[in-house]
Design a protein around this ligand. Structure first.
Ligand SMILES: Cc1cc2nc3c(=O)[nH]c(=O)nc-3n(C[C@H](O)[C@H](O)[C@H](O)COP(=O)(O)OP(=O)(O)OC[C@H]3O[C@@H](n4cnc5c(N)ncnc54)[C@H](O)[C@@H]3O)c2cc1C
Length: 383
């Protein structure tokens, strides 16, 4: 029996979005605010995966290793964050924990410190704020840090956010603007007619019609058939996190040290991250990773030895071999991608949502997108 005979067809929506992580929910909010009708299909519940597991570092400078399109994308997204968070706060009354706290990179040896300074020299040339701190200045800024540190580099323009609160706010704000969400909707494939995306087919065989389809399925992107992206182009890179808590926050900055980073929350919790592992979709939190993260964290902030252990978790960063996201229109008319954001998906939400909206509506992109083209040539990428 032809599959189409058994399928119920719905009237087409303007945009179907696959995945309700940060990419799907932020695109839905952005599109809905511009009057576009959208339906977000999520196999689990909104924010079920990487986006709620993230630490929430908005490290456009601290995590940038070289100038180029990715650094520019990150900086442009960071520049939008204050307004993004404030607007969400106004529309939902949720504090998404956006704090312009600055980020420190610190080292125990002089050689490590020189390396940190050298690796950020290009940023100083671009007049971005980069401040070298000797051990005394570092101690004055963050007294809980180990006195054994040789110093650090401060990226005052970087910030942090609470990803769980952000996801909740984006979901609520998108709903309030008229976007619809369907949880438990597992998309098997994108439906194509005459080479154009016309909707999706769910795992129960039902078909949902749409004028445009946006794939925002994170690490599971290439498991969806019909999107023209080869398997292996986006793969899961597991990260584990340990959450501990002190009665008061020991740090004001986010701190990157050897082997671990520390992200303070206002209530005394500190997130200790993270591992980078290519182990497929295995969700385990491992004893070895927890041990290593705690060792590195307590070396950085000795007071964390007294902290209460609150939680551990892991999830999957959507990794691409060239470490750049896949953003915007594909070669298939009506099909768009917002995926592969790897370590920076939370940071990149505002600009990615804008890129999706401009691509869907045929408007001018906020910046050149060649480097992020879903159809780009991945030299040496997994076949
Ligand atoms: C431990 C860790 C720490 C991190 N820390 C930071 C950080 O500090 N700062 C930062 O900027 N980034 C950070 N990241 C990266 C960031 O979390 C990701 O880049 C971002 O969350 C990716 O968002 P996404 O919406 O693409 O993916 P996800 O949040 O994984 O969402 C994808 C959604 O698609 C759904 N889905 C998948 N397949 C289907 C299907 N077939 N049908 C229906 N639904 C489907 C999934 O259920 C999921 O809800 C971190 C990641 C990890 C794992």
């Amino acid at each position: 029996m032809p599959a189409s005979k058994s399928r119920k067809q719905s009237p087409p929506v303007d945009v179907l979005i696959i995945g309700a992580g940060i990419m799907g929910t932020s695109a839905a909010w952005e599109l809905a605010r511009h009057g576009v009708q959208c339906l977000v299909l999520e196999r689990s519940v909104p924010g079920a995966e990487a986006s709620s597991a993230a630490a929430g570092i908005l490290g456009a400078q601290a995590e940038a290793h070289a100038p180029g399109p990715m650094a520019e994308l990150c900086l442009q997204s960071r520049a939008r964050y204050a307004k993004f968070a404030a607007t969400l706060g106004k529309e939902t009354r949720i504090d998404v924990g956006y704090r312009e706290c600055g980020v420190l990179r610190v080292g125990f040896e002089r050689a490590a410190l020189s390396k940190l300074v050298q690796s950020s020299a290009w940023q100083s040339k671009q007049r971005l704020s980069v401040e070298k701190l000797a051990s005394r200045a570092l101690a004055a800024l963050e007294p809980a840090l180990s006195p054994k540190l040789a110093g650090g580099v401060r990226f005052a323009g970087d910030s942090r956010i609470d990803p769980k609160a952000l996801l909740r706010a984006l979901h609520i704000a998108a709903l309030a603007r008229g976007a619809r969400f369907q949880s438990g909707a597992f998309v098997r494939r994108v439906a194509l007619e005459d080479g154009r995306a016309v909707g999706v087919v769910l795992d129960d065989g039902s078909e949902l019609r749409a004028r445009n389809v946006v794939v925002a399925a994170g690490s599971w992107t290439t498991l969806i058939d019909g999107i023209g992206v080869p398997a292996g182009r986006v793969i899961p890179a597991r990260g584990q996190i340990v959450e501990v808590e002190l009665p008061t926050p020991p740090l004001s900055h986010v701190v990157f040290g050897p082997g671990a980073y520390l992200v303070p929350r206002d209530d005394g919790r500190v997130l200790i991250g993270s591992t980078l592992e290519f182990v497929g979709y295995e969700r385990e939190v491992t004893a070895g990773a927890v041990r290593d993260l705690l060792l590195h964290a307590t070396a950085l902030v000795p007071a964390l030895e007294r902290a209460a252990l609150r939680a551990t978790w892991s999830n999957f960063r959507p990794y691409t071999k060239d470490e750049l996201p896949l953003l915007g229109a594909t070669q298939i008319p009506g099909l768009f991608l917002s995926t592969g954001h790897y370590r920076n998906g939370i940071l990149l939400a505002p600009i990615s949502a804008e890129i999706v909206r401009t691509a869907v509506l045929g408007q001018r992109a906020p910046l050149p997108l060649e480097a992020f083209s879903p159809g780009r040539d991945f030299l040496g990428a997994h076949a």
